[in-house]
Design a protein around this ligand. Structure first.
Ligand code: ATP
Length: 448
């Protein structure tokens, strides 16, 4: 096998995403909308699969974590109680010559001290900019009709705490998981889908007894890192970053980010936060409802602490694309592009190809593909040289290719080709589904 080259750049990711139908810029025929993106046929599959992967890991594999799907629009008091109306802002500065805007905390110490922009021009005074998107419910646009587009899914879980305890009879510790859209009027959006104003989050709120919060915080911190390794993300591209006192959000006692090494450097992928009893106490205060919890065994009543794991679904799409992308020299002067996506999230799991169209091979291949379709995401392709068909699937991360040839007609076996190693084995048709199932279950990324 040739040497793998780590040549990924954002240009390559954006170009592949566009070329193969993962991600398009929003309303492209009108010139696009700055930093808004549409997920195409392969991108929406990848995103859906990532969401399902997370959902299974965070709900189905636990007795004590349930799912929820709260509305994007909530009572405006929610955002007063949460602190977002008063304090969900970033400090913004402007280059006084070019009028370019920057987030104060994204500038270097030197730029902050000298009040100079990355272009070397003087900067304006920093001022607070609130990130909440505001709109109006109903026909009048007065202050009584103001609603906000939620900037996080978490608050939907907090305000439903009582409902979930009562209806699901959950006992501490337990979690509420949610996946959904969130909106932030970001000062600067850049790096493709890394930071956008509309995005999707996958968040889990774990309610615990005060005093046990630090133990659960450690637990989830480790669990979440393990999750990325299981997903096949290269361990040397992941690290923790602990928030110092000046970085901590108003609600947090401790916070760690899981950072990924993107083509533009180390940046946040996920946040794990010990939010204490801040959220439930504030909602109890603002709503006048009792949000305490009675522990049956001890008859103690208290307001639970919350440990949160919060990650962007759309940001994870970027991470898996960057991490999976490889250009590999297969023979001298012959480089293939391959996406080493985990088989559970790859948009297509099995490509099915007749070696040639004639002599009944196409019909046979089609039948095999239809049988596999019940269980796997398949793609049938009969056009062009077989090597080119393999390469087209490598480029979108299809982990398995099945080729039907003359031997299939003679002895009922097909060739299974593995994306990562390009190895090929012959497998009887009746064992094919079983073989693919076990390959998926035992998948390990080469070199990870
Ligand atoms: P930052 O300080 O970088 O603006 P944050 O630390 O406030 O972000 P959180 O509120 O912790 O972010 O959000 C949880 C997760 O949601 C982040 O780790 C990230 O994966 C995702 N996320 C947050 N903002 C955006 C955005 N504008 N676009 C895409 N994903 C986002």
């Amino acid at each position: 096998m040739g040497n793998a080259q780590n040549t990924v750049t954002m240009e390559k990711i954006v170009s592949l995403a566009k070329r193969r139908g993962f991600i398009f810029s929003s309303s492209e025929i009108y010139g696009g909308l700055s930093s808004a993106w549409d997920y195409g046929p392969l991108g929406s599959e990848l995103k859906n699969r990532l969401q399902r992967y997370w959902w299974r890991e965070m709900t189905q594999l636990h007795d004590n974590i349930v799912g929820m799907d709260a509305a994007i629009m909530m009572h405006p008091r929610v955002w007063e109680a949460s602190g977002h109306v008063a304090g969900f802002s970033d400090k913004m500065v402007e280059d006084t010559v070019t009028n370019e805007r920057y987030r104060w905390d994204h500038l270097t110490n030197e730029q902050q001290e000298t009040r100079t922009s990355p272009n070397g021009n003087p900067l304006s005074e920093p001022r607070d900019f609130n990130l909440l998107f505001k709109t109006h419910l109903g026909p009048t646009a007065d202050s009584g009709s103001t609603v906000y587009l939620r900037p996080e899914t978490a608050q939907g879980s907090y305000v439903n705490f009582r409902n979930v305890v009562q209806t699901s009879r959950m006992k501490l510790p337990f979690g509420i998981a949610q996946v959904g859209k969130a909106f932030r009027n970001e000062i600067v959006t850049k790096n493709f889908i890394f930071r956008t104003c509309e995005f999707e989050q996958m968040e889990m709120q774990y309610f615990v007894k005060p005093g046990e919060d630090e133990k659960w915080f450690e637990h989830w911190k480790e669990k979440r890192m393990e999750y990325y390794r299981k997903l096949g993300i290269r361990p040397d591209h992941l690290r923790f970053h602990e928030h110092g006192p000046d970085e901590l959000a108003h609600y947090a006692k401790t916070a760690f980010d899981i950072e990924y090494y993107y083509p533009f450097g180390w940046q946040e992928l996920e946040g794990i936060h010990n939010r204490t009893d801040f959220d439930l106490s504030r909602h109890a205060e603002y709503s006048g409802k009792d949000l305490s919890y009675l522990e049956e065994e001890t008859k103690e009543r208290f307001v639970p602490y919350i440990v949160e794991t919060a990650v962007g679904l759309t940001r994870t799409v970027l991470v898996v694309l960057c991490d999976a992308y490889e250009e590999e020299e297969v023979a001298e002067g012959d480089v293939r592009t391959v996406l080493r996506l985990h088989p559970q999230i790859a948009p297509v799991t099995v490509g099915v190809f007749p070696l040639v169209k004639k002599d009944g091979l196409a019909e046979l291949a089609r039948q095999i593909e239809l049988d596999l379709r019940n269980e796997f995401a398949t793609f049938y392709d009969q056009g062009g040289a077989i090597g080119r068909r393999y390469r087209r699937q490598d480029e979108i991360g299809t982990p398995y290719g099945v080729t039907i040839d003359y031997e299939t007609k003679e002895n009922g076996t097909v060739t299974v080709r593995f994306r990562d190693t390009m190895e090929q084995v012959r497998v009887p048709v009746e064992e094919l589904a079983n073989r693919i199932r076990s390959e998926i279950r035992n998948y390990k990324r080469v070199g990870a």
